[in-house]
Design a binder for this molecule. Structure first.
Ligand code: ZN
Length: 510
C-alpha cells in the first residue's frame, strides 16, 4: 500500500466517526424526545472524543509525514496534494484545541439547544441567557486556542469560511449596504398590497409536502439517497453523498415557508449528492472541525448552492411560468383566481420584517449584518449577553425600520448560538453574493441555459454546477472555485445587478 493510501484509510475511519456524530445530531433535531437531551450529550461527547483522539494521534503524524514525502513535486492542484495539505492544516489546528473544551461543548450543546427551544416558546430570554453565556465563553476559549491576529472572530469564522476575516467582511458589508439600502428605500416607497392575499387561505400540509418534494426531485434531489423530515429549525445534513437528508417546517396558511425551505435545503443537498464519488470517505469530504459544511468547501459555498436554487431559480419568473400550472392542480380551490404573474409577485414581495428565515431577498443580508456585528461585539467584550435584547431592537430599527415586540421574534429566533455556533452567519451573505456570480458564469458558458430554465429543465444547470463546483468537494476554496469558473474572486456586482434588475422590474422602479 502507498503512503497516500495508508493515510486515506486512516482518514476514512475519522470520516466514519464524524458521520456517526452527524447521525446523532440529525436525530437530536428531528426525532429525540426532550428527555433524551442529557444522555445524548454524553453520547456526542464520547464519539467526539474518539474522533479527536483518532485524528490527533501519533499515527496521523507518522502517516502524514510519509504521505507528504510521497506526493512532493506533484501537481499542487491535484486531489492527492490537496487531500494531504488539508489533512496537515487541520491536524495542526485541531491539536491546538484542548480535548476537554470540545467535550464540555459537546455535552452542553444539546441541553442548551433544548433550553433555547423552551425559552423561544415561552418568550423567556432570561432562561436562555446563562446557557448563551456559557456557549460564548467556550467560543472565546476556542478562539484563543486556535489563535488570531486582529479579532477573535477571525479564528471562529475560519471554521466556516476559511478565506474570511472580520475586516474582509466589513468591506463586503459596506459594498452591499451601499447598493441595498437605496434599493430598499425605493421599493418601500413603491410597495402596495397585491390585489389578492394568497396567504390568507389554507394549504393542507400533506399537499404542501408532496409538491415541495416533487419540485426538489425536479431540480435533481435524489430520494434514493435522501429523505425529508420536519424540524423546528430546518437544515440539511449528510452522512457521505449516499445519504443526504433535508428537513422543513410547515405553516397551514403561509405556503412559502415549507416550499422555499425545502427548495433551499434541497439546494444544499444537490452539492453533497454531486461530490465526486471517488472523494467519499477521503480528506476532501471530511469536515475535520465537525461543522456542517460536510462535503462542501465552506458554509458560504454551501449557501451559494442553496440560495441559487431557492432564490435565483425558485423565485424566478421562469420557474413559476413552468410550474404554476402544476401547483394549481395541487391546490385548485386555493389558486382558482390566481395566475403565474400574481404568484410570482406574491413570492417576491419585499417587506422589512422581524424573522430572518422569512426575509425576502432584498432585506435578508441586513438581518445577517445585524447578527455578525452582535457576534463580534459579544466576542470582543464590547457587548454583554444581558444587553442583547436591547441592542437587537436598536439595530432592527436602524437597518430595517421594524422592532420586535418579543424576544422570541428577536434574539431567540435562531438556533445557531444555542449550539455554540459563532462565526457561521457570514456564510449566508457570502453565499448570496457567490450564487449570483456562479449563475452569471453558467449563463455565459452554457448555451441555451435560459431556454432550458424556462422549460423547467434543470439538468444543464445542475450539470454545469457539478462539473465546475460540486464535484470538487473540499479540494478548492470558495475563492479558488470562483476564480476557476468565473475568472474572479468573490465580488458583489453580479449580485447587486441581479437584485436591481429583478426588483426594478417587479416594482416599476427607474
Ligand atoms: Zn442554508
Amino acid at each position: 500500500m502507498t503512503a497516500y493510501d495508508a493515510l486515506q484509510e486512516h482518514i476514512a475511519a475519522l470520516n466514519d466517526l464524524l458521520n456517526v456524530l452527524n447521525i446523532l445530531k440529525w436525530d437530536t433535531r428531528t426525532q429525540m424526545p426532550p428527555g433524551g437531551s442529557q444522555t445524548r450529550g454524553y453520547q456526542l461527547a464520547t464519539v467526539s472524543r474518539l474522533a479527536r483522539e483518532h485524528f490527533t494521534s501519533e499515527t496521523t503524524a507518522r502517516l502524514l509525514d510519509a504521505a507528504e514525502k510521497e506526493i512532493a513535486g506533484e501537481d499542487p492542484d491535484s486531489y492527492r496534494v490537496r487531500a494531504v495539505q488539508q489533512t496537515r492544516q487541520y491536524y495542526e489546528i485541531v491539536r491546538r484545541i484542548p480535548a476537554d473544551l470540545l467535550a464540555r461543548r459537546a455535552t452542553l450543546a444539546p441541553i442548551s439547544e433544548q433550553v433555547w427551544h423552551e425559552a423561544k416558546q415561552h418568550n423567556d430570554f432570561a432562561r436562555f441567557a446563562p446557557y448563551l453565556q456559557q456557549m460564548l465563553d467556550l467560543a472565546r476559549e476556542q478562539a484563543e486556542a486556535i489563535g488570531y491576529e486582529e479579532h477573535p472572530f477571525d479564528a471562529l469564522v475560519f471554521e466556516y469560511e476559511p478565506s474570511m476575516t472580520a475586516a474582509k467582511l466589513q468591506a463586503l458589508f459596506d459594498a452591499l449596504k451601499a447598493g441595498l439600502l437605496p434599493l430598499l428605500e425605493q421599493i418601500v416607497a413603491h410597495d402596495r398590497p397585491l390585489e389578492k392575499d394568497l396567504w390568507a387561505r389554507e394549504y393542507p400540509l400533506d399537499r404542501q409536502r408532496a409538491f415541495a418534494l416533487e419540485m426538489a426531485q425536479r431540480i435533481g434531489y435524489d430520494l434514493e439517497r435522501g429523505r425529508l423530515d420536519v424540524a423546528p429549525h430546518p437544515f440539511e445534513i449528510s452522512f457521505t453523498r449516499h445519504d443526504v437528508r433535508i428537513t422543513t417546517r410547515y405553516d397551514l396558511h403561509y405556503w412559502p415557508m415549507a416550499f422555499f425551505g425545502t427548495l433551499h435545503e434541497a439546494g444544499h443537498a444537490l452539492y453533497e449528492q454531486n461530490v465526486d464519488p471517488a472523494l467519499t470517505r477521503t480528506a476532501l469530504t471530511t469536515d475535520f472541525l465537525g461543522q456542517y459544511a460536510v462535503g462542501g468547501t465552506s458554509y458560504g459555498a454551501h449557501e451559494a448552492s442553496s440560495r441559487l436554487w431557492e432564490n435565483l431559480i425558485g423565485r424566478s419568473r421562469a420557474f413559476w411560468g413552468a410550474h404554476f400550472g402544476r401547483l394549481r392542480e395541487v391546490f385548485p380551490e386555493q389558486l382558482a383566481d390566481a395566475d403565474a404573474d400574481l404568484f410570482y409577485r406574491a413570492v417576491n414581495r419585499v417587506r422589512p420584517s422581524l424573522i430572518r428565515v422569512e426575509a425576502d431577498e432584498v432585506t435578508y443580508n441586513l438581518h445577517i449584518m445585524l447578527r455578525v456585528e452582535i457576534e463580534m461585539g459579544l466576542l470582543d467584550g464590547s457587548l454583554r449577553v444581558s444587553d442583547l435584547p436591547e441592542v437587537w431592537r436598536a439595530k432592527m430599527k436602524e437597518y430595517l425600520g421594524v422592532v420586535p415586540e418579543t424576544d422570541s421574534q428577536g434574539p431567540l429566533q435562531d438556533v445557531h448560538w444555542s449550539g455554540g455556533s459563532f462565526g457561521s452567519f457570514p456564510g449566508y451573505t457570502v453565499g448570496n453574493v457567490m450564487s449570483a456570480q456562479l449563475l452569471d458564469a453558467a449563463r455565459q458558458q452554457v448555451s441555451g441555459l435560459d431556454d432550458a430554465l424556462t422549460a423547467g429543465d434543470y439538468a444543464p444547470l445542475l450539470g454545469w454546477l457539478t462539473e465546475h463546483f460540486y464535484r470538487h468537494g473540499r479540494a478548492y476554496s470558495a475563492d479558488e472555485i470562483l476564480q476557476r469558473c468565473t475568472g474572479r474572486p468573490l465580488h458583489v456586482e453580479p449580485y447587486l445587478a441581479y437584485l436591481r434588475g429583478k426588483f426594478s422590474d417587479l416594482y416599476g422602479l427607474q
